[in-house]
Design a protein around this ligand. Structure first.
Ligand code: PBG
Length: 343
């Protein structure tokens, strides 16, 4: 059968001796490109991280994250008005407390910094979804993500002791009005403990967004300045994942799902696009978030400030790639700018 008879002669017309499929045909017009685009990014996909600190009337710029500040609760009003008006559906809160101790005990105080911030935001913008990051690294004087003990001659985070205080922290966030709880500490059994703790306290409708596959990544550097949460000794490699492992992420994710996670997360995003894709393929029916972390943001900002790349185009390309890899939603410091660019 000749190609003419098949009615698609132009697809197979020989060019330079080779049959050419004219892929460029669908790229020939901007509106056509719009029609055939496979991946979309909209402000509706974004979750914006906010850093809240104790005190009043102060906005402290975070040097390594241009455009982001640590803010006191009293200044959140106009900020969340702007976020809502940009069509961004959610924020995730990180608290920097006044006082740190060995167990991070202010983390579960009903008048703690995150609890106050949740109330203030829900008061001002009830429709804005408030997610709280659940971890201890900002609250402990040693900067680790839980209770540290001498474990058979080695200082390490005590998994099960930490679960108990994570539950207290989660319940106090929920009591303050948090819409979603996002545990980021990579403790084993954390989702199961939180689900039953939240249910027992009457918060069976509060979803858990689990940082299911969170890697021990150097890309968190700027965040640790922002949240004042760098470990004072050692590192997080006994609880966060080894960047070399992929199959292990699937085990982490399967466990969190079995324990009752409602939304899964892969973190960081850019160097882990393969993990995002594998998790999405393994669990296509479960909502998946990816965290476009601080270092990924700061690299773009720094290069753009030097005039080496076009910030807007690079940021949108990155966000598109994260969505294309399989993320349904993206935690990103670009949320406000990207929402403006996409408007
Ligand atoms: C808390 C937490 C961290 C981040 C989110 N939650 C830091 C860490 O694990 O050290 C990093 C976010 C970012 O880099 O943007 N455990």
């Amino acid at each position: 059968m000749s190609s003419d008879q098949e009615g698609r002669a132009a697809d197979v017309r020989p060019v330079g001796g080779f049959p050419a499929v004219r892929m460029r045909r669908l790229r020939s017009h901007a509106r056509l490109r719009d029609l055939v685009r496979e991946t979309t990014v909209t402000p509706n996909d974004f979750i914006l991280p906010l850093f809240v600190r104790s005190g009043s009337g102060t906005r402290t710029p975070i040097a390594s994250m241009p455009g982001h500040d640590q803010m006191t609760v009293d200044l959140l009003g106009p900020e969340v008005d702007e976020i809502s008006s940009l069509g961004i559906p959610a924020v995730i809160l990180f608290g920097i407390p006044e006082r740190k101790d060995a167990t991070g005990s202010v983390a579960w105080a009903d008048d703690g910094i995150v609890q106050q911030a949740v109330r203030a935001i829900k008061d001002r913008q009830p429709d804005l979804l408030v997610i709280t990051d659940l971890c201890f690294c900002e609250y402990t004087d040693h900067g680790h993500c839980g209770i540290v003990n001498d474990r058979h001659g080695r200082m390490d985070v005590d998994n099960d002791a930490t679960l108990e205080i994570l539950v207290k922290q989660a319940v106090s966030h929920a009591r303050a009005g948090a819409d979603v709880i996002a545990p980021s500490g990579m403790m084993d059994g954390m989702v199961a403990a939180l689900r039953s703790g939240l249910d027992d306290a009457g918060f069976e409708n509060v979803p858990i967004l689990s940082y299911a596959a969170k890697y021990a990544s150097a890309f968190y550097g700027p965040f640790r300045d922002a949240a004042e949460s760098a470990p004072q000794f050692g590192d997080r490699r006994t609880y966060q994942m080894d960047p070399a492992n992929g199959a292990e992420a699937l085990r982490e994710v399967a466990l969190d799902l079995a324990e009752g996670a409602d939304i899964l997360m892969v973190k960081p995003a850019l160097a882990y696009l393969d993990i995002i894709r594998r998790v999405k393929d393994a669990h296509p029916d479960v909502p998946l978030a990816a965290y476009n972390v601080s270092g990924e943001f700061s690299m773009v900002k720094a290069a753009a400030a030097n005039g080496w790349i076009d910030e807007r185009q690079v940021a949108l390309e990155i966000l598109t790639a994260i969505r294309r890899a399989g993320a349904d939603m993206i935690l990103t410091y670009f949320a406000k700018d990207a929402a403006r660019w996409l408007a």
